[in-house]
Design a protein around this ligand. Structure first.
Ligand SMILES: *Cc1c(COP(=O)(O)O)cnc(C)c1O
Length: 338
């Protein structure tokens, strides 16, 4: 089976398994796990932050960020199709007592300064006030679209002018930096915090990082404990995370494979595929007469899996465990399924 449902499906290879087996460990709740400490230092360096925190999942990282940046009852300004809004179980309300207000980002999901200004609510006797702006880079639902540095900076500037901190859901921020050919530290310099996933394109079995200034990360560490995310000899899972950071340099391969996949699928009668910028391929099945569910069911019988992203939209994701020949096999399987 060629599994293109997500870039989370990768299995750790020999180097990651060896790193886990050999990891130096201690109790991380006491701050004594040398492997976790090293991962947090390296992760902070990579994104140009003062500090970073190892968290079990990206969702927990985003939720902690919202909690640390805001006061109870405030508003968070989030994109209408963003992960924090659509796929985190309304966690901003559940964990941080936030009300969300959405903006409708354009093709890449980024807010313009006007979106920020018009979505901003000033605190007064009647209104809660805006406590946070969230960006997503790359934007998953829009098709893994990277948000360029100038747009990140303009949105962050608009928020900061209003006294609002900015968090980036950067689950795939290294895919963005790769596609944009920028240093992730430069891309993220204008914002206050970022979450990125080790467990997606980077290929680690577990874990995400939440980075920001030292004060933010200190507060985040307490909220992580509150949510039950204080882990003990976590070096066992952090060690593959250190290996995963090395996979930043190969993300361009996933992007090339995504382009190859998109071209192959777009040439098939009944499918329409936009050119991907990173590792996510969105396929419009409408002209084939099949819904996403119908096509996916037949694809699975032919040996390839994807995700339903809308009634007539299928998402295929390239990753560490698929190469160009798998992509060619996947195209042939989809053709048979059609
Ligand atoms: C996967 C993902 C997350 C959450 O990561 P988990 O580790 O699955 O909780 C957050 N944001 C985006 C954009 C994602 O794609």
């Amino acid at each position: 089976m060629i599994d293109l449902r997500s870039d989370t499906v990768t299995r750790p290879g020999d180097a990651m398994r060896a790193a886990a087996a050999d990891a130096d460990v201690g109790d991380d709740v006491y701050g004594e796990d040398p492997t976790v400490n090293e991962l947090e230092r390296r992760a902070a360096d990579v994104v140009g932050a003062e500090a970073a925190l190892y968290v079990p999942t990206g969702t927990m990282g985003n939720q902690i960020a919202a909690r640390v940046h805001t006061d109870r009852g405030q508003e968070a300004l989030v994109e209408r199709q963003s992960h924090v809004y659509k796929y985190e179980l309304g966690g901003f309300a559940q964990h941080s007592d936030l009300q969300v207000r959405t903006y409708n980002g354009g093709a890449n999901g980024a807010p313009t300064p006007e979106h920020v200004q018009s979505g901003f609510v000033e605190e007064d006797l009647h209104r809660a006030g805006t406590g946070l702006l969230c960006l997503e880079n790359t934007h998953n639902v829009k098709g893994g679209v990277p948000v360029p540095a100038d747009e990140v900076a303009a949105a962050a500037q608009a928020a900061h002018d209003l006294g609002v901190p900015v968090h980036v859901d950067g689950a795939r921020v290294f895919n963005a930096a790769t596609a944009l050919d920028v240093d992730p530290a430069d891309l993220l310099a204008p914002v206050d915090s970022v979450m990125f996933c080790l467990s997606k394109g980077l290929g680690a079995p577990v874990g995400s990082m939440l980075a920001g200034d030292a004060e933010f990360v200190g507060a985040a560490r307490r909220i992580r404990k509150l949510l039950g995310g204080g882990m003990r000899q976590a070096g066992i899972i952090a060690a593959p995370g250190l290996e995963a950071l090395e996979n930043r340099d190969r993300l361009h391969v996933d992007h090339e494979n995504a382009t190859r996949l998109a071209e192959g699928l777009d040439a098939l009668e009944g499918l329409s595929v936009a050119e991907p910028e990173t590792n996510i391929v969105l396929v419009d099945t409408a002209a084939s007469g099949s819904t996403a569910d119908e096509l996916l069911e037949r694809c699975e019988r032919e040996g390839v899996t994807g995700s339903r992203f809308g009634e007539y939209t299928v998402r295929f994701c390239t990753h560490l465990d698929v190469d160009a020949s798998d992509v060619d096999d996947a195209v042939a399987a989809v053709e048979r399924a059609l």
